[in-house]
Design a protein around this ligand. Structure first.
Ligand SMILES: Nc1ncnc2c1ncn2[C@@H]1O[C@H](COP(=O)(O)OP(=O)(O)OP(=O)(O)O)[C@@H](O)[C@H]1O
Length: 578
Protein backbone atom coordinates (compact mmCIF):
# COMPACT_ATOMS: atom_id res chain seq x y z
CA UNK A 1 0.00 0.00 0.00
CA UNK A 2 2.71 2.53 0.99
CA UNK A 3 4.73 1.48 -2.10
CA UNK A 4 1.62 1.99 -4.24
CA UNK A 5 1.06 5.47 -2.81
CA UNK A 6 4.67 6.39 -3.59
CA UNK A 7 4.61 4.98 -7.15
CA UNK A 8 1.28 6.66 -7.86
CA UNK A 9 2.66 9.95 -6.57
CA UNK A 10 5.79 9.67 -8.70
CA UNK A 11 3.70 8.77 -11.77
CA UNK A 12 1.39 11.71 -11.16
CA UNK A 13 4.32 14.11 -10.80
CA UNK A 14 6.56 12.46 -13.41
CA UNK A 15 6.79 15.65 -15.48
CA UNK A 16 8.33 17.60 -12.59
CA UNK A 17 10.65 14.73 -11.78
CA UNK A 18 11.84 14.48 -15.41
CA UNK A 19 12.45 18.23 -15.69
CA UNK A 20 14.18 18.14 -12.30
CA UNK A 21 16.47 15.31 -13.38
CA UNK A 22 17.31 17.05 -16.69
CA UNK A 23 18.24 20.21 -14.77
CA UNK A 24 20.30 18.15 -12.33
CA UNK A 25 22.19 16.47 -15.20
CA UNK A 26 22.80 19.88 -16.79
CA UNK A 27 24.20 21.26 -13.52
CA UNK A 28 26.45 18.25 -12.86
CA UNK A 29 27.78 17.90 -16.42
CA UNK A 30 28.56 21.58 -16.93
CA UNK A 31 30.19 21.77 -13.50
CA UNK A 32 32.54 19.00 -14.58
CA UNK A 33 33.94 21.27 -17.32
CA UNK A 34 35.46 23.77 -14.87
CA UNK A 35 38.69 21.87 -13.92
CA UNK A 36 39.45 21.29 -17.63
CA UNK A 37 39.03 25.01 -18.37
CA UNK A 38 41.22 25.93 -15.37
CA UNK A 39 43.89 23.45 -16.51
CA UNK A 40 43.71 24.79 -20.03
CA UNK A 41 44.14 28.36 -18.71
CA UNK A 42 47.24 27.34 -16.76
CA UNK A 43 48.73 25.70 -19.86
CA UNK A 44 48.00 28.85 -21.91
CA UNK A 45 49.68 31.04 -19.31
CA UNK A 46 52.83 28.93 -19.38
CA UNK A 47 53.62 30.42 -22.78
CA UNK A 48 55.49 33.70 -22.22
CA UNK A 49 53.51 35.39 -25.06
CA UNK A 50 50.13 33.99 -24.13
CA UNK A 51 47.05 35.31 -25.90
CA UNK A 52 45.09 37.35 -23.34
CA UNK A 53 41.84 37.04 -25.28
CA UNK A 54 41.94 33.24 -24.88
CA UNK A 55 42.39 33.60 -21.12
CA UNK A 56 39.53 36.10 -21.03
CA UNK A 57 37.35 33.65 -22.99
CA UNK A 58 38.08 30.95 -20.41
CA UNK A 59 37.14 33.32 -17.57
CA UNK A 60 33.82 34.09 -19.31
CA UNK A 61 33.22 30.35 -19.77
CA UNK A 62 33.75 29.78 -16.05
CA UNK A 63 31.39 32.65 -15.14
CA UNK A 64 28.78 31.35 -17.65
CA UNK A 65 29.04 27.80 -16.32
CA UNK A 66 28.74 28.99 -12.71
CA UNK A 67 25.58 30.93 -13.60
CA UNK A 68 24.09 27.96 -15.46
CA UNK A 69 24.92 25.62 -12.56
CA UNK A 70 23.28 28.08 -10.15
CA UNK A 71 20.05 28.28 -12.20
CA UNK A 72 19.86 24.54 -12.89
CA UNK A 73 20.56 23.68 -9.23
CA UNK A 74 17.92 26.16 -8.09
CA UNK A 75 15.46 24.51 -10.52
CA UNK A 76 16.09 20.88 -9.62
CA UNK A 77 16.18 21.48 -5.90
CA UNK A 78 12.79 23.20 -6.07
CA UNK A 79 11.30 20.46 -8.22
CA UNK A 80 12.75 17.34 -6.61
CA UNK A 81 13.09 18.44 -2.99
CA UNK A 82 9.80 20.34 -3.27
CA UNK A 83 8.07 17.20 -4.56
CA UNK A 84 9.42 15.18 -1.66
CA UNK A 85 7.65 17.59 0.71
CA UNK A 86 4.42 17.02 -1.23
CA UNK A 87 5.01 13.26 -1.04
CA UNK A 88 5.43 13.59 2.73
CA UNK A 89 2.04 15.34 3.00
CA UNK A 90 0.36 12.77 0.72
CA UNK A 91 1.73 9.85 2.75
CA UNK A 92 0.68 11.46 6.03
CA UNK A 93 -2.80 12.10 4.65
CA UNK A 94 -3.16 8.46 3.56
CA UNK A 95 -1.86 7.27 6.93
CA UNK A 96 -4.34 9.48 8.76
CA UNK A 97 -7.20 8.22 6.54
CA UNK A 98 -6.07 4.68 7.25
CA UNK A 99 -5.94 5.37 11.01
CA UNK A 100 -9.57 6.54 10.80
CA UNK A 101 -10.65 3.20 9.31
CA UNK A 102 -8.85 0.91 11.75
CA UNK A 103 -10.85 -0.91 14.39
CA UNK A 104 -10.76 -0.11 18.13
CA UNK A 105 -8.94 -3.45 18.53
CA UNK A 106 -5.96 -2.00 16.62
CA UNK A 107 -5.77 0.96 19.00
CA UNK A 108 -6.09 -1.31 22.02
CA UNK A 109 -2.91 -3.07 20.93
CA UNK A 110 -0.89 0.00 19.89
CA UNK A 111 0.53 2.78 21.97
CA UNK A 112 -0.23 6.38 21.01
CA UNK A 113 3.47 7.33 21.04
CA UNK A 114 4.23 4.59 18.54
CA UNK A 115 1.50 5.82 16.21
CA UNK A 116 2.84 9.38 16.48
CA UNK A 117 6.31 8.06 15.55
CA UNK A 118 4.82 6.58 12.37
CA UNK A 119 3.10 9.81 11.43
CA UNK A 120 6.11 12.06 12.14
CA UNK A 121 9.48 10.27 12.11
CA UNK A 122 8.86 7.42 9.70
CA UNK A 123 7.19 9.60 7.10
CA UNK A 124 10.00 12.12 7.42
CA UNK A 125 12.58 9.36 6.88
CA UNK A 126 10.72 8.26 3.73
CA UNK A 127 10.69 11.87 2.50
CA UNK A 128 14.44 12.15 3.02
CA UNK A 129 14.92 8.98 0.95
CA UNK A 130 12.71 9.99 -1.95
CA UNK A 131 13.86 13.62 -1.94
CA UNK A 132 17.36 14.64 -0.86
CA UNK A 133 18.82 11.10 -0.84
CA UNK A 134 17.62 10.23 -4.37
CA UNK A 135 18.68 13.64 -5.70
CA UNK A 136 22.09 13.38 -4.06
CA UNK A 137 22.68 9.89 -5.39
CA UNK A 138 21.86 10.83 -9.01
CA UNK A 139 23.87 14.02 -8.68
CA UNK A 140 26.83 12.21 -7.13
CA UNK A 141 26.74 9.47 -9.75
CA UNK A 142 26.75 11.95 -12.66
CA UNK A 143 29.53 14.08 -11.14
CA UNK A 144 31.68 11.00 -10.46
CA UNK A 145 31.16 9.50 -13.94
CA UNK A 146 31.82 12.78 -15.77
CA UNK A 147 34.84 13.63 -13.59
CA UNK A 148 36.36 10.16 -14.17
CA UNK A 149 35.65 10.51 -17.90
CA UNK A 150 37.56 13.83 -18.05
CA UNK A 151 40.38 12.39 -15.92
CA UNK A 152 40.80 9.53 -18.38
CA UNK A 153 40.13 11.43 -21.63
CA UNK A 154 41.95 14.69 -20.85
CA UNK A 155 44.70 13.54 -18.44
CA UNK A 156 45.80 9.93 -18.22
CA UNK A 157 44.19 6.48 -17.82
CA UNK A 158 46.97 4.91 -15.71
CA UNK A 159 47.11 7.88 -13.31
CA UNK A 160 43.31 7.74 -12.93
CA UNK A 161 43.25 4.00 -12.20
CA UNK A 162 46.06 4.20 -9.65
CA UNK A 163 44.58 7.18 -7.82
CA UNK A 164 41.09 5.70 -7.68
CA UNK A 165 42.33 2.38 -6.33
CA UNK A 166 41.06 3.08 -2.76
CA UNK A 167 37.50 3.78 -4.04
CA UNK A 168 36.19 0.16 -4.18
CA UNK A 169 37.28 -0.24 -0.53
CA UNK A 170 35.10 2.78 0.33
CA UNK A 171 32.06 1.37 -1.50
CA UNK A 172 32.28 -2.10 0.12
CA UNK A 173 32.77 -0.53 3.55
CA UNK A 174 29.80 1.79 3.10
CA UNK A 175 27.46 -1.03 2.06
CA UNK A 176 28.40 -3.02 5.19
CA UNK A 177 27.95 -0.07 7.52
CA UNK A 178 24.64 0.79 5.83
CA UNK A 179 23.04 -2.50 6.98
CA UNK A 180 24.10 -1.80 10.55
CA UNK A 181 22.67 1.73 10.36
CA UNK A 182 19.28 0.36 9.26
CA UNK A 183 19.07 -1.96 12.30
CA UNK A 184 20.21 0.72 14.72
CA UNK A 185 17.78 3.28 13.30
CA UNK A 186 14.91 0.82 13.89
CA UNK A 187 15.91 0.69 17.55
CA UNK A 188 16.02 4.52 17.70
CA UNK A 189 12.48 4.69 16.29
CA UNK A 190 11.21 2.18 18.83
CA UNK A 191 12.77 4.13 21.69
CA UNK A 192 11.36 7.38 20.34
CA UNK A 193 7.91 5.78 20.37
CA UNK A 194 8.32 4.73 24.03
CA UNK A 195 9.44 8.23 25.01
CA UNK A 196 6.57 10.00 23.27
CA UNK A 197 4.22 7.49 24.82
CA UNK A 198 5.52 8.23 28.31
CA UNK A 199 5.31 12.01 27.78
CA UNK A 200 1.82 11.74 26.33
CA UNK A 201 0.53 9.52 29.15
CA UNK A 202 2.02 11.79 31.80
CA UNK A 203 0.52 14.94 30.35
CA UNK A 204 -2.83 13.24 29.88
CA UNK A 205 -2.81 11.67 33.33
CA UNK A 206 -1.01 14.47 35.22
CA UNK A 207 -3.83 14.76 37.78
CA UNK A 208 -3.65 11.07 38.67
CA UNK A 209 0.16 11.25 38.85
CA UNK A 210 -0.02 14.22 41.25
CA UNK A 211 -2.88 12.82 43.29
CA UNK A 212 -0.93 9.62 43.94
CA UNK A 213 2.37 11.52 44.45
CA UNK A 214 3.97 9.49 41.67
CA UNK A 215 6.08 12.33 40.21
CA UNK A 216 9.43 10.87 41.36
CA UNK A 217 8.61 7.43 40.00
CA UNK A 218 7.44 8.86 36.70
CA UNK A 219 10.61 10.98 36.42
CA UNK A 220 12.71 7.85 37.09
CA UNK A 221 10.73 5.93 34.45
CA UNK A 222 11.26 8.76 31.97
CA UNK A 223 14.97 8.94 32.76
CA UNK A 224 15.33 5.25 32.00
CA UNK A 225 13.55 5.63 28.66
CA UNK A 226 15.59 8.73 27.88
CA UNK A 227 18.82 6.86 28.63
CA UNK A 228 17.73 4.05 26.32
CA UNK A 229 17.05 6.65 23.64
CA UNK A 230 20.45 8.24 24.20
CA UNK A 231 22.17 4.88 24.04
CA UNK A 232 20.46 3.83 20.81
CA UNK A 233 21.09 7.24 19.20
CA UNK A 234 24.75 7.16 20.21
CA UNK A 235 25.04 3.64 18.82
CA UNK A 236 23.66 4.86 15.52
CA UNK A 237 25.85 7.97 15.49
CA UNK A 238 28.91 5.83 16.27
CA UNK A 239 28.20 3.65 13.26
CA UNK A 240 27.36 6.46 10.87
CA UNK A 241 30.21 8.72 12.02
CA UNK A 242 32.79 6.08 11.14
CA UNK A 243 31.82 6.51 7.47
CA UNK A 244 33.19 10.01 6.82
CA UNK A 245 36.65 9.54 8.38
CA UNK A 246 37.15 6.29 6.45
CA UNK A 247 36.21 8.02 3.19
CA UNK A 248 38.52 10.94 4.02
CA UNK A 249 41.44 8.60 4.73
CA UNK A 250 40.88 6.84 1.40
CA UNK A 251 40.85 10.20 -0.41
CA UNK A 252 44.03 11.32 1.36
CA UNK A 253 45.69 8.20 -0.03
CA UNK A 254 44.35 9.10 -3.49
CA UNK A 255 45.72 12.66 -3.19
CA UNK A 256 49.14 11.44 -2.07
CA UNK A 257 49.19 8.99 -4.99
CA UNK A 258 48.14 11.69 -7.46
CA UNK A 259 50.81 14.10 -6.17
CA UNK A 260 53.55 11.46 -6.34
CA UNK A 261 52.62 9.83 -9.64
CA UNK A 262 51.09 12.91 -11.32
CA UNK A 263 53.96 15.17 -10.21
CA UNK A 264 56.43 12.69 -11.62
CA UNK A 265 54.52 12.57 -14.92
CA UNK A 266 54.68 16.38 -15.17
CA UNK A 267 58.44 16.29 -14.61
CA UNK A 268 58.79 13.67 -17.33
CA UNK A 269 56.55 15.74 -19.62
CA UNK A 270 54.01 12.93 -19.91
CA UNK A 271 51.23 15.35 -18.92
CA UNK A 272 51.10 19.13 -18.84
CA UNK A 273 51.01 21.16 -15.63
CA UNK A 274 47.48 22.30 -16.57
CA UNK A 275 46.35 18.67 -16.93
CA UNK A 276 47.89 17.89 -13.52
CA UNK A 277 46.00 20.79 -11.90
CA UNK A 278 42.77 19.73 -13.67
CA UNK A 279 43.32 16.20 -12.35
CA UNK A 280 43.55 17.50 -8.76
CA UNK A 281 40.36 19.49 -9.43
CA UNK A 282 38.52 16.33 -10.56
CA UNK A 283 39.78 14.34 -7.59
CA UNK A 284 38.44 17.04 -5.25
CA UNK A 285 35.22 17.11 -7.26
CA UNK A 286 34.72 13.36 -6.75
CA UNK A 287 35.39 13.61 -3.02
CA UNK A 288 32.20 15.50 -2.18
CA UNK A 289 29.80 13.10 -3.94
CA UNK A 290 31.57 10.10 -2.42
CA UNK A 291 31.26 11.71 1.02
CA UNK A 292 27.60 12.26 0.16
CA UNK A 293 27.20 8.56 -0.61
CA UNK A 294 27.67 7.99 3.12
CA UNK A 295 24.78 10.37 3.88
CA UNK A 296 22.70 8.89 1.06
CA UNK A 297 23.18 5.37 2.38
CA UNK A 298 22.26 6.48 5.90
CA UNK A 299 19.08 8.17 4.62
CA UNK A 300 18.15 5.28 2.34
CA UNK A 301 18.67 2.71 5.11
CA UNK A 302 16.58 4.80 7.52
CA UNK A 303 13.93 5.30 4.84
CA UNK A 304 13.79 1.56 4.13
CA UNK A 305 13.45 0.80 7.86
CA UNK A 306 10.59 3.32 8.04
CA UNK A 307 8.96 2.00 4.87
CA UNK A 308 8.88 -1.49 6.40
CA UNK A 309 7.24 -0.09 9.55
CA UNK A 310 4.72 1.92 7.50
CA UNK A 311 3.95 -1.06 5.26
CA UNK A 312 3.03 -3.07 8.33
CA UNK A 313 0.55 -0.38 9.39
CA UNK A 314 -0.88 0.14 5.90
CA UNK A 315 -1.31 -3.65 5.56
CA UNK A 316 -3.40 -3.77 8.73
CA UNK A 317 -6.94 -4.37 7.60
CA UNK A 318 -9.83 -2.40 9.14
CA UNK A 319 -11.37 -5.84 9.98
CA UNK A 320 -14.87 -4.50 9.53
CA UNK A 321 -16.95 -5.92 6.70
CA UNK A 322 -17.93 -2.88 4.67
CA UNK A 323 -20.64 -2.83 2.08
CA UNK A 324 -20.19 0.69 0.85
CA UNK A 325 -21.31 -0.19 -2.68
CA UNK A 326 -24.84 -0.80 -1.38
CA UNK A 327 -27.47 1.89 -1.49
CA UNK A 328 -30.08 1.96 1.23
CA UNK A 329 -33.35 3.70 1.95
CA UNK A 330 -33.30 6.19 4.84
CA UNK A 331 -33.07 4.49 8.23
CA UNK A 332 -36.24 4.48 10.34
CA UNK A 333 -34.65 3.39 13.58
CA UNK A 334 -36.29 0.03 14.32
CA UNK A 335 -33.67 -2.21 15.93
CA UNK A 336 -33.66 -5.95 16.54
CA UNK A 337 -31.02 -8.15 18.15
CA UNK A 338 -31.52 -11.85 17.30
CA UNK A 339 -29.65 -14.48 19.33
CA UNK A 340 -26.50 -12.44 19.37
CA UNK A 341 -23.38 -13.79 21.04
CA UNK A 342 -20.02 -12.07 20.94
CA UNK A 343 -16.46 -12.58 22.14
CA UNK A 344 -13.89 -9.78 21.74
CA UNK A 345 -11.05 -10.83 19.38
CA UNK A 346 -8.47 -10.47 22.16
CA UNK A 347 -10.54 -12.30 24.77
CA UNK A 348 -11.66 -15.88 25.42
CA UNK A 349 -14.73 -15.00 27.46
CA UNK A 350 -18.08 -14.26 25.87
CA UNK A 351 -18.97 -10.58 26.42
CA UNK A 352 -22.55 -11.21 25.20
CA UNK A 353 -24.49 -14.44 25.16
CA UNK A 354 -27.66 -15.08 23.17
CA UNK A 355 -29.02 -11.54 23.29
CA UNK A 356 -32.44 -10.95 21.71
CA UNK A 357 -34.60 -7.86 21.97
CA UNK A 358 -36.60 -5.43 19.84
CA UNK A 359 -36.74 -1.66 19.85
CA UNK A 360 -39.67 -0.37 17.78
CA UNK A 361 -39.18 3.00 16.10
CA UNK A 362 -39.87 5.88 18.47
CA UNK A 363 -39.29 3.80 21.60
CA UNK A 364 -36.82 4.50 24.34
CA UNK A 365 -35.02 1.55 25.79
CA UNK A 366 -33.01 1.50 28.99
CA UNK A 367 -30.11 -0.89 29.55
CA UNK A 368 -28.92 -1.44 33.11
CA UNK A 369 -26.58 -3.94 34.69
CA UNK A 370 -23.47 -4.29 36.77
CA UNK A 371 -20.18 -2.98 35.51
CA UNK A 372 -18.71 -5.29 32.85
CA UNK A 373 -22.10 -6.88 32.11
CA UNK A 374 -21.89 -6.05 28.38
CA UNK A 375 -23.87 -2.80 28.03
CA UNK A 376 -21.26 -0.89 25.99
CA UNK A 377 -20.56 -4.03 23.95
CA UNK A 378 -24.16 -3.95 22.66
CA UNK A 379 -23.53 -0.40 21.41
CA UNK A 380 -20.12 -1.27 19.94
CA UNK A 381 -21.78 -3.99 17.89
CA UNK A 382 -24.68 -1.80 16.79
CA UNK A 383 -22.12 0.77 15.59
CA UNK A 384 -20.27 -2.04 13.79
CA UNK A 385 -17.01 -1.33 15.55
CA UNK A 386 -16.57 -5.12 15.58
CA UNK A 387 -17.86 -7.84 13.27
CA UNK A 388 -20.35 -10.29 14.70
CA UNK A 389 -20.38 -13.98 13.89
CA UNK A 390 -23.19 -15.51 15.98
CA UNK A 391 -26.65 -14.03 15.60
CA UNK A 392 -27.77 -10.87 13.80
CA UNK A 393 -28.44 -7.24 14.47
CA UNK A 394 -31.13 -5.77 12.28
CA UNK A 395 -32.08 -2.19 11.57
CA UNK A 396 -35.48 -1.81 9.88
CA UNK A 397 -35.61 -5.60 9.46
CA UNK A 398 -32.37 -5.71 7.53
CA UNK A 399 -29.06 -7.07 8.84
CA UNK A 400 -26.60 -4.28 9.61
CA UNK A 401 -24.10 -6.18 7.42
CA UNK A 402 -26.26 -5.16 4.46
CA UNK A 403 -25.97 -1.44 5.17
CA UNK A 404 -23.04 0.72 4.15
CA UNK A 405 -21.04 1.41 7.30
CA UNK A 406 -21.32 5.14 6.79
CA UNK A 407 -25.09 4.89 6.56
CA UNK A 408 -25.41 3.15 9.92
CA UNK A 409 -23.02 5.49 11.73
CA UNK A 410 -24.59 8.60 10.17
CA UNK A 411 -27.98 7.63 11.50
CA UNK A 412 -26.70 7.13 15.05
CA UNK A 413 -25.96 9.90 17.54
CA UNK A 414 -23.63 8.50 20.19
CA UNK A 415 -22.73 10.07 23.50
CA UNK A 416 -19.88 7.85 24.64
CA UNK A 417 -18.99 7.04 28.22
CA UNK A 418 -15.92 9.32 28.25
CA UNK A 419 -17.70 12.30 26.50
CA UNK A 420 -14.52 13.08 24.58
CA UNK A 421 -14.13 16.78 23.74
CA UNK A 422 -11.66 18.36 21.33
CA UNK A 423 -9.38 21.21 22.36
CA UNK A 424 -11.27 23.79 20.35
CA UNK A 425 -14.28 26.08 20.93
CA UNK A 426 -17.52 24.82 22.50
CA UNK A 427 -19.25 25.65 19.22
CA UNK A 428 -16.92 23.39 17.23
CA UNK A 429 -17.38 20.66 19.79
CA UNK A 430 -21.14 20.80 19.37
CA UNK A 431 -21.16 21.07 15.57
CA UNK A 432 -18.15 18.75 15.18
CA UNK A 433 -16.66 21.34 12.79
CA UNK A 434 -19.64 21.09 10.40
CA UNK A 435 -20.85 24.44 9.10
CA UNK A 436 -24.29 23.12 8.16
CA UNK A 437 -25.73 24.17 11.51
CA UNK A 438 -27.07 27.66 12.21
CA UNK A 439 -26.50 29.48 15.50
CA UNK A 440 -30.12 28.70 16.35
CA UNK A 441 -29.51 24.96 15.87
CA UNK A 442 -26.50 25.18 18.21
CA UNK A 443 -28.44 27.12 20.83
CA UNK A 444 -31.41 24.71 20.59
CA UNK A 445 -29.20 21.66 21.06
CA UNK A 446 -27.50 23.18 24.08
CA UNK A 447 -30.84 24.19 25.58
CA UNK A 448 -32.16 20.64 25.16
CA UNK A 449 -29.11 19.27 26.93
CA UNK A 450 -29.33 21.94 29.66
CA UNK A 451 -25.87 23.36 29.07
CA UNK A 452 -26.97 26.64 27.45
CA UNK A 453 -26.87 28.74 30.64
CA UNK A 454 -23.45 27.42 31.64
CA UNK A 455 -22.08 28.22 28.18
CA UNK A 456 -23.37 31.80 28.35
CA UNK A 457 -21.61 32.09 31.71
CA UNK A 458 -18.19 31.39 30.11
CA UNK A 459 -16.07 34.38 29.08
CA UNK A 460 -16.46 33.81 25.32
CA UNK A 461 -19.77 31.95 25.34
CA UNK A 462 -19.95 29.41 22.53
CA UNK A 463 -16.51 30.53 21.34
CA UNK A 464 -14.82 29.60 24.64
CA UNK A 465 -11.84 27.41 23.87
CA UNK A 466 -11.57 24.17 25.79
CA UNK A 467 -8.22 22.89 27.01
CA UNK A 468 -7.05 19.47 25.95
CA UNK A 469 -9.77 16.99 26.89
CA UNK A 470 -11.90 19.95 28.00
CA UNK A 471 -10.08 20.22 31.31
CA UNK A 472 -11.61 23.57 32.15
CA UNK A 473 -15.10 22.02 32.35
CA UNK A 474 -16.72 19.96 35.06
CA UNK A 475 -17.56 16.32 34.33
CA UNK A 476 -21.27 17.11 34.08
CA UNK A 477 -20.66 20.06 31.73
CA UNK A 478 -18.57 17.85 29.44
CA UNK A 479 -21.32 15.24 29.37
CA UNK A 480 -23.94 17.84 28.49
CA UNK A 481 -21.83 19.30 25.65
CA UNK A 482 -21.39 15.75 24.32
CA UNK A 483 -25.20 15.30 24.50
CA UNK A 484 -25.70 18.59 22.60
CA UNK A 485 -23.30 17.28 19.93
CA UNK A 486 -25.49 14.20 19.48
CA UNK A 487 -28.79 16.10 19.62
CA UNK A 488 -27.84 18.66 16.98
CA UNK A 489 -27.58 15.75 14.53
CA UNK A 490 -31.21 14.85 15.31
CA UNK A 491 -30.25 11.23 14.70
CA UNK A 492 -32.67 8.40 13.95
CA UNK A 493 -31.09 6.49 16.81
CA UNK A 494 -29.71 8.28 19.89
CA UNK A 495 -27.45 6.40 22.28
CA UNK A 496 -26.50 7.73 25.70
CA UNK A 497 -23.82 5.45 27.15
CA UNK A 498 -23.75 6.29 30.84
CA UNK A 499 -23.83 9.94 29.79
CA UNK A 500 -25.74 11.34 32.73
CA UNK A 501 -23.61 9.83 35.47
CA UNK A 502 -21.86 13.11 36.27
CA UNK A 503 -24.92 15.36 36.38
CA UNK A 504 -27.03 15.87 39.52
CA UNK A 505 -30.40 14.12 39.70
CA UNK A 506 -32.35 17.35 39.17
CA UNK A 507 -30.48 18.17 35.93
CA UNK A 508 -30.77 14.52 34.90
CA UNK A 509 -34.54 14.72 35.33
CA UNK A 510 -34.72 17.94 33.26
CA UNK A 511 -32.58 16.48 30.44
CA UNK A 512 -34.64 13.28 30.34
CA UNK A 513 -37.90 15.26 30.22
CA UNK A 514 -36.50 17.34 27.37
CA UNK A 515 -35.36 14.17 25.57
CA UNK A 516 -38.82 12.61 25.86
CA UNK A 517 -40.19 15.71 24.17
CA UNK A 518 -37.68 15.97 21.32
CA UNK A 519 -37.27 12.22 20.73
CA UNK A 520 -41.02 11.46 20.60
CA UNK A 521 -40.89 9.69 17.24
CA UNK A 522 -37.30 8.51 17.35
CA UNK A 523 -35.40 5.62 18.84
CA UNK A 524 -33.34 6.22 21.96
CA UNK A 525 -31.11 3.86 23.94
CA UNK A 526 -30.09 4.92 27.43
CA UNK A 527 -27.41 2.96 29.24
CA UNK A 528 -27.17 3.82 32.91
CA UNK A 529 -26.22 2.70 36.35
CA UNK A 530 -28.84 4.93 37.97
CA UNK A 531 -32.41 3.60 37.78
CA UNK A 532 -33.66 7.21 37.63
CA UNK A 533 -32.14 7.53 34.13
CA UNK A 534 -34.16 4.66 32.66
CA UNK A 535 -37.36 4.42 34.69
CA UNK A 536 -39.43 6.23 32.05
CA UNK A 537 -38.16 4.06 29.18
CA UNK A 538 -40.70 1.97 27.24
CA UNK A 539 -38.66 -1.09 28.06
CA UNK A 540 -35.71 -1.78 30.33
CA UNK A 541 -33.21 -4.57 29.75
CA UNK A 542 -31.27 -5.90 32.73
CA UNK A 543 -27.94 -7.41 31.74
CA UNK A 544 -25.79 -9.68 33.84
CA UNK A 545 -22.56 -11.33 32.70
CA UNK A 546 -23.45 -10.80 29.05
CA UNK A 547 -26.96 -12.23 29.29
CA UNK A 548 -30.40 -10.62 29.48
CA UNK A 549 -31.69 -11.45 32.93
CA UNK A 550 -34.88 -9.36 32.86
CA UNK A 551 -36.89 -7.29 30.42
CA UNK A 552 -39.94 -5.07 30.88
CA UNK A 553 -41.20 -1.66 31.95
CA UNK A 554 -40.14 -0.06 35.23
CA UNK A 555 -43.31 -1.17 37.03
CA UNK A 556 -43.26 -4.68 35.55
CA UNK A 557 -39.66 -5.16 36.66
CA UNK A 558 -40.37 -3.86 40.16
CA UNK A 559 -43.28 -6.26 40.44
CA UNK A 560 -41.05 -9.12 39.37
CA UNK A 561 -38.88 -8.54 42.41
CA UNK A 562 -35.68 -9.66 40.63
CA UNK A 563 -32.35 -7.98 39.90
CA UNK A 564 -33.91 -4.69 38.86
CA UNK A 565 -35.94 -4.58 42.07
CA UNK A 566 -32.74 -5.18 44.06
CA UNK A 567 -30.90 -2.44 42.20
CA UNK A 568 -33.80 -0.11 42.86
CA UNK A 569 -33.68 -0.90 46.56
CA UNK A 570 -29.94 -0.40 46.69
CA UNK A 571 -30.27 3.03 45.10
CA UNK A 572 -33.24 4.41 46.98
CA UNK A 573 -33.61 4.42 50.72
CA UNK A 574 -36.68 2.69 52.20
CA UNK A 575 -38.11 6.07 53.15
CA UNK A 576 -37.88 7.29 49.56
CA UNK A 577 -39.72 4.22 48.29
CA UNK A 578 -42.44 4.66 50.84
N1 LIG B 1 -11.93 -4.27 23.60
C1 LIG B 1 -12.16 -5.27 24.46
N2 LIG B 1 -11.41 -6.38 24.34
C2 LIG B 1 -11.64 -7.42 25.18
N3 LIG B 1 -12.59 -7.45 26.13
C3 LIG B 1 -13.36 -6.36 26.28
C4 LIG B 1 -13.17 -5.23 25.45
N4 LIG B 1 -14.09 -4.28 25.81
C5 LIG B 1 -14.80 -4.84 26.83
N5 LIG B 1 -14.37 -6.07 27.10
C6 LIG B 1 -14.90 -7.00 28.11
O1 LIG B 1 -16.25 -7.28 27.77
C7 LIG B 1 -17.07 -7.31 28.92
C8 LIG B 1 -18.23 -6.32 28.78
O2 LIG B 1 -17.69 -5.00 28.73
P1 LIG B 1 -18.60 -3.72 28.53
O3 LIG B 1 -17.72 -2.56 28.31
O4 LIG B 1 -19.62 -4.00 27.50
O5 LIG B 1 -19.30 -3.62 29.96
P2 LIG B 1 -20.30 -2.51 30.51
O6 LIG B 1 -21.50 -3.21 30.99
O7 LIG B 1 -20.50 -1.42 29.51
O8 LIG B 1 -19.46 -1.99 31.75
P3 LIG B 1 -19.47 -0.53 32.42
O9 LIG B 1 -20.79 -0.35 33.06
O10 LIG B 1 -18.37 -0.63 33.44
O11 LIG B 1 -19.19 0.45 31.35
C9 LIG B 1 -16.15 -7.01 30.10
O12 LIG B 1 -15.80 -8.22 30.70
C10 LIG B 1 -14.94 -6.36 29.49
O13 LIG B 1 -13.77 -6.69 30.20
Amino acid sequence: MSNKIITNFIKKNSFFYIVGIVLMLTASLTQALIPTIVGNTIDLMQDANFDQSLILNNIFYIIGITLLVFLATFGWRNLIIGNSRKLECTLREHLFNHFQKLSPEFYNKRKTGDLIAYAINDINAVRMTFGPACALSINSFVICVSAIYFMVANVNLRLTLLCLLPLPVVVVFMLRVGKKIQLRFKKVQENFASISDCVQENIYGIRVVKAYVQEEKEIAKFEKLNNNMEESTLNMVKTSSVLEPVIEICFSISFVLSLLIGGNMVLQNQITLGAFVAFQGYLTMIMKPVLNIGKVITHIQRGMASLIRLKEIFNTEPHINENNHLTTPPINGEIRFENLSFTYPSSKMKALNNISFDIPKGHTIGIVGKTGSGKTTIINLLLKLFNTSEGVIKIDDRSIDHFPLENIRNSIGLVPQDSFLFSTSIKNNITFFKDIYSNKDIEDASQKSYIYKSILGFSDGFYTKLGEQGVNLSGGQKQRIAIARALIKDPDILILDDSLSAVDTETERKILTSLREVRKDKTTIIIAHRISAVEHANEIIVLDEGEIKEKGSHNELLEKGGMYYEMYHEQYSKDDIA
